[in-house]
Design a binder for this molecule. Sequence first.
Ligand code: FES
Length: 90
Amino acid sequence: MTAQTVTVYVDGKPVSVHPEDSAAAAALKAELGHTRVSPVSGERRAPYCMMGVCFECLMVIDGVPSRQACMVRVHPGMRIERQTANKVWA
Ligand code: FES
């Protein structure tokens, strides 16, 4: 039996994921690489703990910045975007 999937969009790229996956898991599956840029140091960051502790997974989800992507369950059509300093502070 094939697991049900939903399609989300990671930086505009359609990705099929399990309906109980997190947005961070979808970003990793999309091989996005880094998921945010630190507004302080400019360093590239990516999900690390996957359980809501490290805050390295902050992303723009459905247009809302600074969401903890590892704590947000996907839904069909979800838009998941890399967060850059410009997106947050512009
Ligand atoms: S990956 Fe650590 S808080 Fe999301």
